[in-house]
Design a protein around this ligand. Structure first.
Ligand SMILES: [Zn+2]
Length: 136
């Protein structure tokens, strides 16, 4: 499991990148994410990472992760876990060899942290309900 301190440190670094911070879930992706829940998203995240990012020479390296279409894809761009190039640069995970199970777990944890923050955010930012009209 990713510790709170590790996640906060990573969040801080990602927060300094205007490129990374512009990734947000669309209404549709947010609805999909809250519909499926974190357990299903964990399965999807692990599957995408294993198939698209983990191989020694990932097919389409650098372009293997679509920008929209699934909340996990968006999370991958937001957290710089979209390709091996970004994993080297941001997470110090070397390229040229298959990701270990521990590294796949780490990436999956990062993705789930970002996704749960996104799922929590709309509630936090939701405006208070309009004041009820006093009855005459
Ligand atoms: Zn990338």
């Amino acid at each position: 499991m990713l510790s709170d301190a590790t996640w906060r440190a990573l969040q801080k670094r990602l927060g300094r990148s205007s490129f990374r911070t512009k990734f947000r879930l669309s209404e549709k992706e947010l609805a999909y994410a809250s519909d499926r829940g974190l357990d299903v998203l964990t399965t999807h995240a692990r599957d995408f990472v294993t198939r698209r990012v983990a191989p020694r020479d990932p097919p389409n390296e650098g372009k293997q992760t679509p920008v929209t279409g699934h909340p996990v894809f968006v999370a991958q761009h937001a957290t710089a876990t979209c390709c091996r190039g970004c994993l080297v640069k941001w997470h110090k995970i070397p390229a040229g060899r298959k990701l270990t199970v521990a590294q796949i777990n780490y990436v999956t944890d990062v993705l789930l942290r970002w996704l749960s923050d996104q799922l929590a955010a709309p509630q936090a930012k939701r405006p208070p309900p309009p004041e009820s009209q006093p009855r005459p």
